[in-house]
Design a protein around this ligand. Structure first.
Ligand SMILES: Cc1cc2nc3c(=O)[nH]c(=O)nc-3n(C[C@H](O)[C@H](O)[C@H](O)COP(=O)(O)OP(=O)(O)OC[C@H]3O[C@@H](n4cnc5c(N)ncnc54)[C@H](O)[C@@H]3O)c2cc1C
Length: 323
């Protein structure tokens, strides 16, 4: 199960991809997989279309990556599904070698107004977490919102619901994208005080286009710091320079997170490997094996330290084992 990685490697580095919509999707995924192999992520997560719109392709892509030897987590949303349908999807994922699920409530399919969340078997993500736990056999992760979920009337209320979700049996959390690490650190302090002790991976998305950013921010409500607005304004007519500056901004965020000693970094890849490679290289995260034994061995043999210095969590493990 993926949760084990957090016992050995900080940060756990994960990549998120979405199943391409085109007929040649498996060729695209195959190309991405060979690029990602070089980058050695701890795991790859595969998104799930709102209301089950990518049910088959999520299973197909997750199974394919798992058979290639990647550790894979499939996203799964409860909205619009019956418990029987969820069980069927879980069985198919299990048969495909997928042992971890990101359990989500999900959003209504596009264009559906006044969607009734209570009509299905899963009103909130916590209901799906409980269902998967009752069934057994899977590691379970869930989503967290450093700025509060966009539909939540109060940020603290959202984090109390987050605590209920974690208490229902979540192994680790992955955050929604955000652009100011201070927001993430404040969120960490607050939820740790609420008693949420599980590992939390920071979700990072680079700004590769102004329009895409605006769309994304409208959907999820992430605040854009002045520094990022300056970049967007400065390169409004220069797509290439905007991309470069967006990747540099994401790199600086990741660098700072590594120095802080974050549990995990989850990169929203947008199905593109080149920016991911650039960020990992510039932050030194490309240099470590994800296999715990190999990593510890390498550190002990060569006295190498993780980027950002000696991470007490990792070295406790090394010392406890008396290597
Ligand atoms: C890392 C990540 C990956 C994602 N991947 C996908 C994906 O693959 N496919 C997709 O469709 N969407 C995805 N999403 C988006 C997600 O589905 C939406 O943000 C959705 O609106 C909320 O899902 P959730 O699991 O956080 O819901 P929940 O945890 O259920 O929270 C939803 C809202 O309900 C509130 N709430 C929770 N419990 C209660 C309660 N007991 N009583 C009252 N209110 C409550 C919360 O405060 C929040 O406002 C992802 C989000 C993240 C952060």
């Amino acid at each position: 199960m993926i949760k084990e990685f957090f016992n050995y490697r900080r940060p756990v580095v994960s990549f998120e991809i979405f199943p391409p919509k085109t007929e040649d999707r498996m060729e695209i995924v195959s190309r991405l997989a060979s690029q990602f192999k070089e980058l050695n992520p701890s795991f790859i997560s595969v998104t799930y279309g709102a209301g089950g719109t990518t049910r088959d392709t999520t299973i197909e892509v997750a199974t394919y990556l798992s058979r290639l030897g990647f550790e894979v987590m499939a996203h799964l949303t409860g909205v619009g599904h019956t418990a029987g349908e969820i069980d069927d999807i879980l069985s198919r994922l299990k048969a495909g070698g997928v042992d971890d699920i990101l359990a989500l409530r999900g959003d209504p399919p596009k264009g559906v107004e006044n969607f009734d969340y209570a009509a299905g078997d899963f009103k909130f993500a916590v209901d799906l977490v409980r269902h998967i736990r009752r069934r057994g056999g899977f590691g379970v992760a869930a989503a967290a919102y450093p700025e509060g979920h966009i539909a939540s009337p109060r940020i603290k209320l959202d984090w109390m619901h987050l605590k209920e979700k974690v208490d229902a049996g979540v192994d680790f959390l992955i955050t929604q994208l955000y652009f100011d690490n201070r927001v993430f650190y404040n969120f960490l302090d607050s939820v740790r005080r609420l008693g949420i002790a599980c590992p939390i991976s920071a979700g990072i998305l680079p700004v590769l286009s102004a329009d895409a950013l605006k769309r994304m921010v409208t959907l999820c409500g992430a605040a854009i710091p002045a520094k990022l607005w300056d970049i967007i304004d400065k390169y409004a007519d220069d797509h290439e320079s905007l991309e470069k500056a967006g990747i540099e901004y994401a790199t600086a965020q990741v660098h700072d997170l590594v120095e802080y000693g974050v549990d995990g970094v989850h990169l929203y890849t947008l199905n593109r490997a080149e920016w991911v490679a650039a960020v990992l290289k510039d932050t030194g995260l490309d240099r470590y094996e994800h296999l715990p034994e190999a990593w510890e061995w390498q550190q002990v043999q060569y006295g190498e330290l993780p980027p950002g210095g000696r991470n007490p969590a990792v070295w406790q493990v090394v010392e406890r084992r008396d290597l």
